[in-house]
Write a new protein. Structure first.
Lengths: 462, 412
């Protein structure tokens, strides 16, 4: 394809003009198609002649770089997309689906976005710590609007890039100010936790959590491992709806966990990605965090609005650090800002405005609570249906009741790697290799099919 | 539990108060000032003649389309971001007919504006590139050194600005890059150098290119003002395209904060041009490993706006017109300020105001003079003497002129 070539050497204006001026002059006198439209392959654009290769580097300087493996969680959706089988089912990533297995944008979100458009708000940079209105409502949502913590200004809240970004900011703070301190993470935990702490150079070790024998919580193992860790360790806790197991401590167990953490002067670090989404109640799902806060403990909480407000792609969340004094909170906040600035300067406005509009408006807030109950309700009902289907189809007498006891988006099926692979290879059910299925991606209509797949994989594959 | 627990009981007792960010801190100070005559020439955000922030019409149109589209969802983007956006961004900076793009040698990932693109690129280099030193111009944007240091690179400088001429120290630049170790990374401002507004000429760019290629130095372009500097998208990308045209490798960080006025949406892209498509594919897979533990995947809203505008012929054309209008207003502010200083008889040669390009003018005022202007005239700017022309209007030029005149006349 012939393109109009512009050679720098042939540009007659003096070379002492800036490059831009040179080009503007040549550009004006040149082609009739002066607008370079990017939407089509437009050949009449200017380009440079290939100047002689005085390039010292012949082989790519990135030649030794190896191909990284696909992300174990996000890679599942990619594989699912490529599958053409009619019965395929995506139970990989934790994104809510309707009964028709469609993504869901909440009505309150649409309303908020329309309000925002009407107001014609500007798109100026947020402060490094994010949208003030958002930071206020997010802390109130987490701790309760009338919590003394908030009145006393003891919470340092910084808007972060959803849960991941908030965790990463906290990890960066830990690395800088708690050098050598390690974070204890549950075994198992969300796949990305280890990556975050590794990249932030924060050492980690695991505490026992999941008991495969009971498909429940290994509470004694958990307490024991938390006790054994060096004093002043961080303990990463899932506020509710543990990912990937769906197994949460009972309120009594939470009290005992708090006891041992206090004994050891550990610092609790809550990851709250499902507030309101787990039980359907915002307050209930916040109870573990509030229990610890009520004891006067300093603690960290990472929040995400990906699931509970369906704002996955907007990347909206926050890191909250509860400190012993308002002075400490102010200092901590200033240091979180210092870590955010060289990472992305300031966070994105859109999601923050949606949240602050929804939570800050009583009508929208109530509507949100209803939509959240609906989403949590649908998940509870597919749990029930799956359980019923499993009982109907599995005559071995195996106890599947753990499906009902687990809470939140996920269920830890107890299937091992080969069994999980059988789910995918034979049944076209996409899930993560740790045996986790996302119930948010399951419809009532498909429960029986899934039950068949699980029963087959469990009994016929080792 | 009493609120007055002493600091000794806090695990955060050793955490000290960080100083305000020097650039963003200017706006913080400005906001606190009650004076009705205050003027914010600190951060580089465009202002209209009325001194108001501007959301481009074409952006509002795109947003309307997006919000009203019933089929739009908010599902997670891939780790690398919105595919359309990535392709269009690469074409925008490298040219729609770029051979590198046609040969699939470019990997482009959506990142959080310029800062995020620089950080992801730097983290990638710190992990995978054999030379962990980056050379940055002296001076440069205040956030550059921190971005690169936290990413794991060590930072050195090369001479750039000559205070005597208020122009480019070209000899110094060539000497410093010439003595850099082979393979070192070199940060280049694609156009409208921040903070000085001093750009190399086309001849000088060619010499820089030849020197860098002969030493195998790796170019890392920071392109935050494409279209915004001269008013022409192609002209403002010329330096980048010159390097790409010789077949060599480079990195480019793009921001849509200024040229599409999408500051708070945090939209940008990192492109890495590799020798072969196969290498580009491996490089992309490694970029994902940097991104996933940082924020998992990028925000959708701003990227969707950009993609909507870039892929529609009419919106794209409208955008170029609005972009040129912003650039032209800034150029006219330069003229007005220069003329006003001449008329006032302010001592000194102020022609650099006209010669410098882009959003900023490096006035040459020193920190004392700047402090004086803030205290006496409520003019807010960074202490290096940088003023944002985008924050000036015909109405405020007289006040600024007075302030500069007073500063150079009475403060050493």
């Amino acid at each position: 394809m012939a393109s109009a070539m512009l050679s720098l050497a042939s540009a007659s204006p003096s070379a002492s003009l800036s490059l831009q001026e040179n080009l503007k002059i040549s550009w004006k006198r040149g082609t009739s198609s002066r607008i370079n439209f990017l939407g089509s392959d437009f050949s009449k654009t200017k380009s440079f002649t290939r100047t002689s290769m005085t390039v010292a580097v012949k082989v790519s300087r990135f030649n030794d770089i190896t191909m990284a493996p696909p992300d174990p969680i996000l890679g599942v959706s990619e594989a699912f997309k490529a599958d053409t089988h009619e019965m395929k089912l995506n139970l990989g990533v934790g994104a809510y689906r309707t009964e028709d297995l469609q993504p869901y944008v909440l009505n309150v979100v649409k309303k908020a976005e329309n309000l925002m458009l009407e107001r014609e708000e500007n798109k100026e940079y947020l402060p490094i710590e994010g949208l003030a209105a958002f930071n206020k409502v997010t802390a109130e949502l987490m701790f309760g609007a009338d919590n003394a913590l908030i009145q006393q200004q003891r919470v340092a809240t910084v808007q972060g890039l959803s849960g991941t970004g908030s965790l990463r900011l906290a990890a960066a703070l830990m690395e800088r100010y708690f050098s050598g301190a390690k974070v204890l993470i549950s075994s198992p935990t969300w796949g990305n936790h280890k990556n975050i702490f590794n990249d932030a150079r924060v050492p980690w070790s695991e505490y026992r959590y999941y008991d495969p024998k009971t498909v429940g919580l290994d509470f004694d193992g958990m307490i024991s491992d938390i006790k054994a860790a060096p004093d002043g360790s961080f303990v990463l806790l899932h506020g509710c709806a543990h990912n990937p197991t769906g197994i949460d401590p009972t309120p009594e167990q939470w009290e005992k966990i708090a006891d041992v953490i206090q004994e050891k002067n550990h610092i609790p670090f809550f990851d709250v990605a499902y507030q309101g989404f787990a039980s359907g109640s915002l307050d209930e799902d916040a109870s573990s965090v509030r229990l610890f806060a009520a004891r006067g403990m300093e603690l960290l909480v990472a929040q995400s609005y990906s699931k509970n407000l369906g704002l996955y792609a907007e990347r909206i969340g926050a890191i909250n650090i509860v400190c012993a004094s308002s002075d400490a909170a102010a200092r901590v906040k200033s240091q979180l800002k210092r870590l955010a600035r060289p990472m992305y300067s300031n966070p994105p406005i859109h999601g923050a405005r949606i949240v602050s509009n929804v939570v800050g408006n009583p009508e929208l807030f109530n509507e949100w609570k209803e939509e959240m109950e609906m989403m949590a309700g649908r998940i509870k009902s597919v749990r029930q249906k799956l359980y019923d289907s499993l009982c109907a189809k599995d005559k071995s007498g195996k106890d599947w009741s753990f499906i009902l006891k687990q809470i939140g988006m996920f269920s830890f099926t107890g299937l091992n790697i080969t069994q999980s692979e059988n789910m995918t290879n034979k049944w076209h059910v996409y899930m993560t290799k740790d045996g986790r299925i996302s119930l948010a991606g399951l419809s009532s209509a498909k429960c029986e099919y899934l039950a068949d797949a699980i029963v087959d994989s469990y009994h016929n594959v080792k | 539990m009493s609120a007055s627990s002493d600091h000794a009981n806090s695990v955060f007792a050793s955490v000290v108060q960080a100083p305000e960010d020097p650039i963003l801190g200017v706006t913080v100070a400005y906001n606190k000032d009650p004076s009705p005559d205050k003027l914010n020439l600190g951060v580089g955000a465009y202002r209209t003649e009325e001194g108001k922030p501007l959301v481009l019409k074409v952006v509002r149109k795109a947003e309307q389309l997006l919000v009203n589209d019933p089929s739009r969802v908010k599902e997670y983007l891939p780790i690398t971001g919105l595919a359309d956006f990535n392709k269009l961004s690469a074409k925008l900076i490298f040219g729609a007919d770029s051979l590198a793009i046609q040969e699939n040698r470019v990997t482009t990932v959506q990142c959080l504006s310029g800062t995020g693109s620089l950080r992801v690129g730097a983290e990638f280099l710190a992990r995978h590139y054999h030379q962990r030193t980056i050379y940055i111009p002296q001076p440069t944007w205040g956030n550059h050194p921190k971005v690169f240091t936290l990413a794991g690179l060590s930072v050195k400088t090369y001479r750039y600005y000559s205070p005597n001429t208020r122009g480019l120290d070209f000899q110094g630049l060539l000497e410093d890059l010439g003595s850099a170790p082979a393979g070192a990374i070199v940060l280049l401002h694609a156009c409208a150098h921040n903070p000085t507004g001093v750009d190399p000429t086309s001849d000088q760019w060619e010499q820089i290119r030849q020197l860098m290629r002969s030493k195998g130095l790796l170019p890392f372009f920071d392109s935050a003002y494409q279209g915004f500097a001269s008013g022409s998208l192609d002209a403002d990308a010329a330096s980048v395209r010159m390097f790409v045209a010789d077949g060599g490798e480079c990195l480019a960080a793009q921001s849509y904060a200024k040229n599409m006025g999408l500051y708070g949406e945090r939209v940008g892209a990192l492109s890495i041009i590799c020798k072969t498509a196969e290498v580009a594919s491996r490089v992309e897979s490694q970029l994902k490993l940097v991104i996933r533990p940082m924020y998992s995947n990028p925000p959708i809203h701003g990227a969707s706006i950009v993609a909507t505008v870039l892929k529609d012929r009419d919106l794209y054309n409208e955008w170029t017109v609005e972009l040129k209008a912003m650039a032209d207003r800034i150029i006219s502010m330069r003229k007005q300020l220069f003329d006003a200083l001449q008329a006032r008889g302010t001592p000194g040669d102020w022609s650099h105001i006209l010669k410098q390009i882009g959003m900023f003018t490096f006035t040459g005022l020193n920190a004392n003079q700047v402090a004086f202007m803030t205290k006496e005239y409520h003019i807010y700017m960074t202490s290096d003497g940088r003023i944002s022309m985008a924050g000036l209007s015909s109405r405020t030029v007289p006040n600024l002129t007075e302030a500069i005149h007073a500063a150079v006349s009475s403060v050493a």
